[in-house]
Structure formats: structure tokens, C-alpha cells
Design a protein around this ligand. Structure first.
Ligand code: 1MF
Length: 181
């Protein structure tokens, strides 16, 4: 994945737990880079290793690390020059989710190595929708839960997020129910 992802993980750990904690995570993950380059490609395994090491260091399950990271990604990219990209994608949470594929197409115009997930909205009403999440990567559904909660915060709404079908339980892909509270 692009270095921006690993930079976001580092920033989250440094700001919440301090530089020493980050250095322990980085070392335990066997990562010798300390300054990631945001437009450079790194192996997905490096990102998964950082999540596993952060889980050990902080004593929280990997699933929780991913969820917290998903929430952080929305704030981090908003602050790191992608605020306009996010603002253009929609004025409400549900419009934003409908436009996520277009957002990734836009990012991918400049980054030919981007392997974006796809998000398909189904059964949209005023207060709920069904979200299909398809990715070349496995195990990131908890991050999507965090992304949805982070987005809800950005748009000032409260949501219930439930994973209806789970790829890790054998479903074809992950399916979320998203309901406004
Ligand atoms: O393939 C990739 O490297 C990749 C990296 C990040 C693919 C997707 C993403 C973003 N995505 C990460 C989790 C899902 C990964 C997967 O399932 O395979 C989060 C998508 C998302 C969901 C809900 C709400 C907001 C979301 O993201 C908004 C977003 C998406 C992409 C970027 C920024 C915000 C982005 C921007 C620049 C990038 C890479 C991603 O790289 C550049 C480009 C230009 C100059 C420097 C770096």
C-alpha cells in the first residue's frame, strides 16, 4: 500500500502513545524504515506487521487496532492535504459512501499502483443502507467499521454499524448495515 497508510499508522501511535512506543512497534514488526514516503509503494505485509506489533505493544486485539486506525484515517487524510478530496465526495454520509469509488478513481489517476477497494450501496433509505465492501486485501473489515464511524463523526451524525456478512466467515465479500441513530 502507499506510504500514506503507514505514515498514518505511525502518526496515530506517536500522538497517542509516544515516540518510544512507536519505536518498539517498528522494531518488533521488523520494519527498518522510520520515515515512510507517502507516494511510494510498500508491501501490504509491512502494514499488517505494524498492526500485529501495535496490538502486542498496546495490549489490544488487532481487530481493535484496525478499527481505531480506520477512524484515524478520516481525520489524518483530512489534515494531510486530502480535505478537499473528502469534501468533494459528498455533503452527507450516505452521499459520500455512494461516491467512494469515484474518490478512489480520482486518487488512482495519479497513482497507478493504487489497488482500491470498491464500495457498493444498496437499499438506501433516509436512515439506513447496505454497504458492500470488496477488496483485494483480506482482514480489513474492522478498519472499514472504523472508517464508517470516523466518517459519521466528520458529518456530525451517529450511526450503528453491523457486519452482516463476513468474508472471514466464508461470505463472498463483507456486507455492512449502516443505520443512522
Ligand atoms: O492500494 C492502496 O495503496 C490503497 C491505499 C489506501 C487503497 C485504498 C486506500 C484507502 N482505504 C484504505 C483501507 C481499505 C484498503 C483495502 O480494502 O484494500 C480507505 C478507503 C476509505 C473508506 C472510507 C472513507 C474514506 C476512505 O479513504 C479516503 C481516501 C482514500 C485514499 C486516499 C486518501 C483518502 C489516498 C490518497 C493518496 C494516496 C493514497 C490514498 O497516495 C498518494 C497519492 C498522491 C500523492 C501522494 C500519495
Amino acid at each position: 500500500m502507499y506510504g500514506l497508510v503507514n505514515k498514518a499508522i505511525k502518526e496515530l501511535i506517536v500522538s497517542e502513545h509516544g515516540e518510544a512506543s512507536w519505536q518498539r512497534v517498528r522494531t518488533a514488526a521488523g520494519v527498518d524504515v522510520d520515515e515512510f514516503i507517502r507516494m511510494e509503494q510498500y508491501p501490504d505485509s509491512l502494514t499488517y506487521d505494524l498492526v500485529a506489533a501495535a496490538s502486542e505493544e498496546l495490549g489490544v486485539p488487532p481487530v481493535k487496532v484496525l478499527e481505531v486506525f480506520g477512524g484515524h484515517w478520516v481525520k489524518y487524510t483530512g489534515q494531510q492535504g486530502y480535505g478537499d478530496l473528502l469534501d468533494m465526495a459528498g455533503a452527507t454520509l450516505f452521499d459520500f459512501l455512494e461516491n467512494l469509488d469515484a474518490l478512489h478513481t480520482r486518487v488512482g489517476l495519479n497513482m497507478d499502483k493504487l489497488r482500491p477497494p470498491s464500495f457498493e450501496v444498496e437499499d438506501r433509505t433516509d436512515h439506513s443502507l447496505v454497504l458492500h465492501y470488496r477488496s483485494v486485501r483480506d482482514g480489513l473489515a474492522p478498519m472499514v467499521t472504523g472508517l464508517l464511524k470516523g466518517l459519521a463523526e466528520k458529518f456530525g451524525v451517529a450511526v450503528d454499524v453491523t457486519l452482516r456478512d463476513s468474508k472471514s466467515d466464508g461470505a463472498d465479500h463483507d456486507v455492512f448495515m449502516v443505520a443512522l441513530k
